[in-house]
Design a protein around this ligand. Structure first.
Ligand SMILES: NC(=O)c1ccc[n+]([C@@H]2O[C@H](COP(=O)([O-])OP(=O)(O)OC[C@H]3O[C@@H](n4cnc5c(N)ncnc54)[C@H](O)[C@@H]3O)[C@@H](O)[C@H]2O)c1
Length: 401
């Protein structure tokens, strides 16, 4: 299909999609307000550390079809993939990035264009924010003149390339024509099913997917506290409970991180404060986990004067490099605020100077594993003797398995 697609926001979500459309033959303009991101794309350096995406960047089709710049351009389809964080204290959605991205494309919009919002957005955002902004600035009507669809992304950092192709996808058009055109655009590279629905259903569905995960993780975390009080291994009990054919309890952990799961349930709470008691409680339970883990670490060194603690794993989940909203960072922050001497390393986070780990372990009293990267366990196993010799007290606490 000979379309020009303008992708606004080329981060974890926008860039992989831009690469896939470019590979599929579309002319793609990646737009980002961050000049470093734009430069990296044009120099074909990858900011997301996933090998298949790096290879994709080098493909001839991508080289000739994708260009990045800091300002929008005219096109047939505009895809909005900018952040939608939650306010850290008020826990309400911050959709200012979406608003300014929509405003930035308005001067380029022409009758018949399609605007796709991929960002995760609160319910009614297409109707109450996207539509009025476009109509006011362009004088064109939505969705008759300018088609609009919400097509939320479901990718998992660490496995983006597979997921962007094979995941099923929702296509939530503001009218039938919007859904049909958006569906054609995604069928250029998506091999999963495309389910055509309306914008509000797509907005709610995306939020419910992550809320479901959050509530189930909270359930596992709460159960782990019950077991802990009784001196029982929660994972063992969960393993047995999961032998029931209709039970699938998740693993308890150190909290919930990333760009989506700790954020999206708040969007439902905001729109339905009186009907979201379970959702809110789950959020609070999961947010509380880092301070509970910090207490356990304190307890682990309670009989040592001025203990030296080494924490390993900083990302929000294992085997990825994404540290956004990471509960591991929160645990370390709490202990530092308490005055503990704690050093933090992660082999997958380039800025965390993992090379210095062995020297940091000298005379350490406690080694804490907060994120169970596969490579981390391999290295600990390979260097076990050396670590034992280096540490003053060979104590290890493993929280995330
Ligand atoms: N990361 C994920 O795994 C994931 C998965 C599903 C959905 N989402 C959702 O997708 C959206 C984007 O997330 P992300 O992880 O790609 O964020 P990101 O921070 O990795 O990337 C967003 C990019 O948008 C750019 N940007 C911000 N405002 C802009 C503007 N007005 N014009 C142009 N560029 C602008 C930023 O500079 C940044 O590079 C969010 O709503 C998120 O909740 C993310």
């Amino acid at each position: 299909m000979n379309k020009k697609i303008v992708v606004i926001g080329t981060g974890y979500v926008g860039l992989p999609a831009a690469l896939m459309w470019a590979k599929s033959g579309a002319t793609v303009v990646g737009v980002d307000i961050n000049e470093n991101v734009v430069r990296a794309i044009n120099e074909r350096t990858m900011l997301i550390n996933e090998i298949e995406l790096q290879q994709l960047m080098e493909e001839p089709q991508v080289r000739s079809n994708l260009v990045a710049q800091t300002h929008p351009a005219s096109g047939d389809v505009f895809v909005i993939a900018v952040p939608t964080p939650v306010h850290p204290l008020k826990k309400v959605a911050d959709i200012t990035y979406v608003e300014s991205a929509i405003k930035s494309i308005c001067p380029y919009l022409k009758k018949g264009n399609l605007v796709i919002v991929e960002s995760t957005i609160p319910p009614m955002t297409c109707r109450n924010t996207v539509k009025p902004i476009i109509e006011e600035i362009t004088g064109l009507s939505v969705p008759n003149d300018i088609l609009v669809a919400h097509c939320p992304e479901r990718i998992l950092p660490g496995n983006i390339f597979q997921e962007i192709i094979f995941n099923d996808r929702l296509i939530g058009g503001m009218n039938e024509e919007s859904s049909q055109l958006a569906s054609q655009i995604y069928s250029m590279f998506v091999k999963g099913n495309l389910y055509l629905t309306d914008d509000l259903t797509a907005e709610l569905s995306k939020l419910m997917e992550n809320t479901y995960r959050d509530v189930n993780i909270a359930l596992a975390n709460e159960f782990s506290m019950i077991c802990e009080d009784l001196g029982v291994d929660a994972k063992n009990v969960i393993n047995y409970a999961n032998k029931h054919p209709r039970v699938n309890i998740l693993n308890p952990g150190i909290g919930v991180g990333g760009h989506c799961i700790p954020v999206d349930p708040w969007f439902l709470k905001e729109i339905a404060p009186y009907n979201s008691r379970l959702i809110t409680t789950a959020r609070l339970i999961n947010d509380e986990m880092p301070s509970r883990i910090a207490s356990k670490i304190r307890h682990g060194v309670s009989n040592i004067d001025n203990p030296k603690i080494i924490a390993l794993g900083a990302t929000y989940k294992k085997n990825c490099e994404d540290i956004r909203e990471s509960p591991a960072l929160e645990v370390v922050k709490i202990l530092k605020q308490d005055g503990y001497s704690i050093k933090h390393f992660d082999p997958l986070v380039p800025t965390m100077q993992y090379d210095n780990l062995m020297s940091a372990l000298k005379n350490a009293d406690l080694l804490v594993i907060l994120v169970a990267h596969t490579i981390l366990f391999q290295e600990l196993e390979n260097n076990q003797e050396q670590i034992k010799n280096l540490m003053r007290n060979y104590n290890i606490l493993i929280f995330d398995q």
